[in-house]
Write a protein that binds this ligand. Structure first.
Ligand code: 3PG
Length: 321
């Protein structure tokens, strides 16, 4: 089973919300879910947080519910009692962290300095919220703070918007991002669920960043692949780069397969920012990958994966940009 932390990372973004009215909680959660982001951090910035967590837990069984801005142990207890599955704090509080660890509650405490990270590392924590990331220096702050602590991953929040989300997620120390831009108070108050769903869909597009990569042509044999390469070279001046199993032409938009491969005729490749997140989000929409097709890079991250089935004789794969 996928852990809560892994699921958050696969989704890629955690909407941080302040709910003043419990009647809006379920509508909001459904709007996020419909937009492909089935996770929510309900902050204890309002007196209604616990009731909202409870309502979402009751009505939205597939939602990953977190409690945010958690400052005390009694808030942890209330939140978990209501159905919260993870706890987020803006800063580092030893009592809250210890309580969560002792009770096996997933916790992501906030840090903004090396001193706090050192404390968290001493507790064995691996995922920390870095807050408020933009005033702290953005990506540069993340890189400096990550350098002394190997294996630490950050959930940056505070100033994350659609325009900078992609940059943060591309950083190797970033585990997922958090922010309120998909569900600001005005949208919640107006019950603009369609607007929130639309923002979530755009956020998922930004997270995944799909663009066309190449078309793969199944030549069948090495000889036929060479014939094909010759044609593209002579007729269209396409330079060729030969690899172990294929030959890439031009600016790598055509791949000639030297052996029988996925797809009746060949395959279509799409770049993505993250194969792990692409697999999760495509899976949510009903397209699963062939597990045996997943390839990994030297650091253990996913490099490419093929979807099950074909589209008009072509297999389809995603490949890390
Ligand atoms: C948080 O607690 O994570 C932030 O308040 C959310 O960040 P934002 O308001 O900058 O989006």
């Amino acid at each position: 089973m996928v852990s809560i932390m892994d699921r958050i990372s696969q989704i890629g973004f955690v909407p941080v919300v302040a709910l003043h009215d419990v009647k809006k909680a379920v509508g909001l959660a459904r709007a996020l879910e419909a937009g492909g982001i089935p996770v929510i951090e309900v902050t204890y910035r309002t007196a209604k947080a616990s009731d909202c967590i409870r309502a979402i837990h009751r009505e939205c069984p597939h939602m990953l519910i977190g409690a945010g801005t958690v400052l005390t142990i009694s808030q942890v207890q209330e939140a978990v009692d209501g159905g919260a599955m993870f706890i987020v704090s803006p800063g580092y509080d030893e009592k809250v962290v210890s309580y969560c660890l002792e009770n096996r509650i997933a916790v992501i405490p906030g840090v903004s300095s090396a001193t706090e990270i050192q404390r968290a590392v001493a507790e064995g924590l691996k995922v920390l919220k870095i807050f408020p990331v933009e005033p702290l220096g953005g990506i540069s702050a993340i890189n400096f703070l990550a350098a002394p602590f190997s294996g630490i991953q950050f959930l940056p929040a505070g100033g994350i918007v659609m325009d900078n989300l992609g940059q943060y997620l591309a950083n190797e120390h970033v585990f997922a991002c958090g922010g309120g831009f998909v569900a600001r108070t005005n949208l919640i108050e107006a019950e603009d669920w369609a607007g929130i769903t639309d923002l979530c869909n755009k956020t998922v597009q930004t997270i995944l960043g799909f663009t066309f990569a190449h078309v793969g042509v199944n030549c069948g044999t090495q000889e036929k692949a060479y014939d094909c390469m010759k044609f593209f070279k002579e007729a269209f001046d396409q330079p060729a780069v030969e690899g172990r199993s294929s030959i890439f032409l031009g600016d790598r938009q055509i791949e000639l397969m030297k052996k029988p491969f996925y797809g009746t005729n060949g395959h279509l490749g799409f770049y993505t920012n993250s194969v792990e997140r692409a697999i999760y989000h495509l899976g949510q929409r009903g397209w699963d990958v062939m597990k045996e097709s997943i390839r990994y890079d030297s650091k253990g991250g996913m490099q490419s994966a093929y979807l099950q089935g074909e589209v008009n004789g072509f297999a389809v794969h995603v490949v890390k940009r």
